[in-house]
Design a protein around this ligand. Structure first.
Ligand code: UFG
Length: 318
């Protein structure tokens, strides 16, 4: 297939682009480099630097599908500056959907998020639980999901939204390097490389066994496989939504311990106040993705995920 990847200079977008190329697809990456890195775009594809909201000219060339990764994705920033999120995520995505419709592009895979659920009543989280986002980031991703549903029904788009839980790990030279890093595993690994003195644990008084928050960490390559399957199984006129996680939760302390084992570094940790907006426990049920997409995570072991992230981190600082 000839595919347009928005946000292909970012972490997940670059990994998925590399996997799509390895699977024999032709890929064009569109990214404005507002948070991505030009050198993260795989060599074997065309790279266009530009605004995703202006994708129409590119799409008129003729494409079999779009994978839409480009987004503003910092929860805290979305609370401080929601305009950036409603414009950058929702307005841009609706313009992309219009451009796809006008150019007759049949398939879409969209990067949705566990943040659309907010603080869930039930764990593991199924796709049927109520969507009650607790911050503008989650609200904008949910709004895009709702737009996609109506576009699929009205215009026959074959769409799939993948609701990512905590994505981690790396694929060779493609890994996580945000200019503003907020994610736990890369921050902990920065301590192991000496770029940071210690890791702050945001609260140890949560209602969990060791008092720290529990998350479901999924290897970025397992995530990439789900995108390939979503493209292959797309159904015209349907918008399918799948959660993607391993179904097992790890506490912040367990993550730090695993990073200590993998890196051999003592990784000093201090307890800090809770971070606003954090739910105590987020664990996915990915049963629907497994039964309908035939997806099965192959790298569910947390130590394997951390090991791949560590290999990438070391390669950046050697
Ligand atoms: N944490 C710390 N110290 C840190 C960084 C994080 O204790 O320095 C904790 C957080 O409080 C949280 C856990 O580690 O309990 C994981 O935090 P991340 O920032 O790595 O990930 P989140 O669970 O906050 O975010 C992920 C995605 C978001 C998405 C969210 C859904 O990265 O895009 O899940 O709730 F919005």
């Amino acid at each position: 297939m000839k595919l347009l990847v928005t946000g292909g200079a970012g972490y997940i977008g670059s990994v998925c682009t590399a996997r799509l190329l390895a699977a024999g697809h032709e890929v064009v990456v569109l990214d404005d480099l507002s948070t991505g890195h030009a050198d993260a775009v795989p060599e074997d594809c065309r790279f266009v630097q530009g605004d995703v909201g202006e994708a129409g000219v590119l799409l008129a060339e003729g494409f079999d599908g779009v994978l839409h990764f480009a987004a503003k994705s910092l929860v805290g920033e979305s609370v401080q500056d929601p305009s950036k999120y409603w414009h950058g995520n929702v307005v841009t995505s609706v313009r992309l959907l219009d451009a796809m419709r006008d150019a007759g592009v049949p398939r879409l895979v969209f990067s949705s998020t566990a943040a659309t659920y907010g603080e869930p009543d039930q764990v593991p989280i199924r796709e049927t639980v109520p969507t009650r986002p607790t911050n503008p980031y989650g609200a904008t991703k949910l709004a895009i999901d709702q737009a996609i549903t109506s576009y699929a029904e009205a215009y026959g788009l074959a769409a799939t939204s993948l609701r990512y839980f905590n994505v981690a790990g790396a694929y060779g030279r493609f890994g996580e390097r945000h200019t503003t890093e907020t994610h736990l595993i890369p921050l902990v690994l920065q301590v192991a490389t000496g770029q940071r003195e210690q890791i702050q644990i945001y609260g140890d008084d949560w209602p969990t066994e060791d008092g720290t928050c529990i998350r479901d960490y999924i290897h970025v390559l397992d995530l990439a496989e789900a995108h390939l399957l979503a493209l292959e199984t797309a159904v015209a006129g349907r918008h399918r939504i799948y959660n993607l996680g391993n179904g097992t939760g790890f506490s912040v302390r367990q993550v730090v311990d695993t990073c200590r084992e993998v890196t051999g570094h003592p990784i000093p940790a201090v307890v800090a106040p809770r971070r606003a907006g954090d739910p105590a426990v987020l664990v996915a049920s990915s049963e629907l993705a497994q039964s309908e997409l035939g997806w099965k995570p192959q790298r569910a072991d947390l130590a394997d995920i951390v090991r791949d992230a560590w290999g990438f981190t070391q390669s950046q600082f050697s």
